[in-house]
Design a protein around this ligand. Structure first.
Ligand SMILES: Cc1cc2nc3c(=O)[nH]c(=O)nc-3n(C[C@H](O)[C@H](O)[C@H](O)COP(=O)(O)O)c2cc1C
Length: 353
């Protein structure tokens, strides 16, 4: 036992599977995987409810108390058992309760947080050494059958196709600040409630420039202002209903932006980051099938493309990244990473001259 007096039970955020001949126990909340002997299964089964050390010793009477104690403390270390009241135990409870509708499939969300990003210099030779040795999949697929040539698509000389055709990812920016007006437009045209509609059962729902599955709009956005004229450096929450920014903290430096974005250099040159999160219960409450997790991710993609187009229209230089230090970002934003989690970051700067 970890404390000698504490109660332990099996972690609920647990997935067990075979990899080849090995049985793997994976705690997805803590991203700990171990390969263990099948007897572990029986031990964990016994820990279905909170157990004390005397109970465990009595149950496994064919083993010495010292060996039971050692095994139990190993299982705690490996994340397979949690102690009542410990931070891990509380988090395990919260994830399993709040995500119950989307588990076990939704464990993907937690399993893929905070990966160990490499900081390698990706020279072509280095890239070749880590990529599979097989040929790269073709960029077009071939579908056999009769082909019909479509009319040539000349871009009409109007604003929408011009913006659409000029969108690209930028990774270089001038030192010029973003104006408060441009920041406001980026937020308004991407994340604001541009209207509401009333529907039976669900009542008032939001209308935004991007679609959202079931109009649940789980997406939220926070701004890290690094170089915005008229806005102090800081982290802000954007309210889509009243178009306001609320200060969350002054933790906003190019170094922190770089850390948020998994040490990508261009993030520290940006004038502002737009940090996208999702409030999962909004979607989960209506859609209790784990497939709806896909919807949350798709929603974030829509918002990001809208952001890139609005930025392009404003003559700005947008980029986006999914390579994030999730927990660092979530701690700074004051969100729990369970009911609300970071998904995606878009950034912007003034293009270099
Ligand atoms: C979901 C998603 C994640 C991305 N993550 C990164 C990233 O971590 N770093 C980066 O430099 N670019 C990232 N990009 C940008 C792509 O690399 C870029 O879109 C691609 O190279 C094509 O260039 P284009 O956007 O100029 O057409 C991401 C794009 C998407 C859609």
């Amino acid at each position: 036992m970890a404390t000698g007096t504490g109660r332990l039970r099996r972690a609920r955020c647990l997935i067990v599977y075979w990899k080849g001949t090995r049985v793997v126990f994976h705690n997805f909340a803590r991203r700990l995987s171990i390969s263990a002997r099948p007897i572990t299964w029986n031990v964990l089964h016994f820990f279905d409810k909170w157990r004390t050390l005397p109970e465990v010793i009595a149950h496994f009477e064919s083993y010495t108390p010292a060996s039971v104690r050692a095994s139990i403390s190993q299982l705690v270390k490996q994340g397979l058992l949690v102690e009542k009241g410990s931070p891990q135990g509380v988090r395990d409870d919260r994830i399993s309760a709040q995500w119950s509708a989307w588990l076990p499939e939704g464990s993907f969300h937690f399993s893929t947080k905070d990966p160990a990003y490499t900081r390698d210099d990706w020279t072509p030779a280095r890239l070749r050494s880590v990529l599979p040795k097989t040929a790269q999949p073709k960029i077009f697929k071939t579908v056999r059958g009769q082909k019909k040539q479509l009319p040539r698509c000349a871009s009409p000389a109007s604003e929408f196709p011009r913006v659409l055709m000029s969108r690209k990812t930028h990774r270089q920016f001038s030192k010029a600040p973003l104006t408060l007006e441009a920041t406001s437009q980026l937020l308004y045209f991407t994340w604001s409630a541009i209207g509401y509609f009333q529907v039976p059962v669900f009542g008032r729902l939001l209308h935004k420039t991007s679609p959202s599955g079931g109009a649940r709009h789980p997406g939220e956005v926070y701004v890290m202002a690094l170089r915005v004229r008229g806005l102090a450096r800081g982290l802000y929450y954007y309210h889509p209903g009243d178009h306001t920014l609320t200060t969350i903290s002054t933790k906003a430096t190019p170094f922190r932006a770089w850390r948020y974005c998994a040490h990508q250099d261009h993030a520290k040159e940006a004038a502002a980051l737009f940090i996208m999160t999702a409030v999962f219960p909004r979607t989960m409450w209506k859609y209790q099938h784990s497939r709806a997790y896909r919807v949350v991710l798709l929603d974030a993609g829509h918002l990001c493309q809208t952001f890139c187009l609005v930025a392009t229209w404003l003559g700005l230089a947008p980029f986006c990244t999914a390579a994030l230090q999730d927990t660092l970002v979530e701690n700074d934003l004051g969100i729990d990473g369970i009911s609300e989690s970071v998904l995606y970051v878009a950034g912007v700067g003034v293009p270099p001259v």
